[in-house]
Design a protein. Structure first.
Length: 76
């Protein structure tokens, strides 16, 4: 089952209300995305910690409904 870009954005913004989120469908298949996320919550955290925050926001959909998500996290 595929996941829509809007759902990904909504989940991220629910967990990080200040986030600026930009998502691109890389393959046109609703299954391979790239996301750029800018948030204050990333301040002082390593890239691994930042990515874990995003994965947690996706509530278990990563690896299930969402096959691939390339992340670019930015501290604001």
């Amino acid at each position: 089952m595929a996941i829509k870009m809007k759902e990904i954005e909504d989940l991220i913004k629910e967990a990080m209300p200040d986030a600026e989120v930009s998502i691109e469908d890389l393959a046109g298949d609703n299954n391979h995305y790239s996301a750029t996320i800018k948030s204050k919550i990333f301040s002082g955290k390593s890239k691994i910690e930042q990515h874990k925050i995003v994965y947690k926001a996706l509530k278990g959909k990563m690896g299930n409904e969402l096959h691939a998500l390339a992340l670019n996290t930015i501290e604001s």
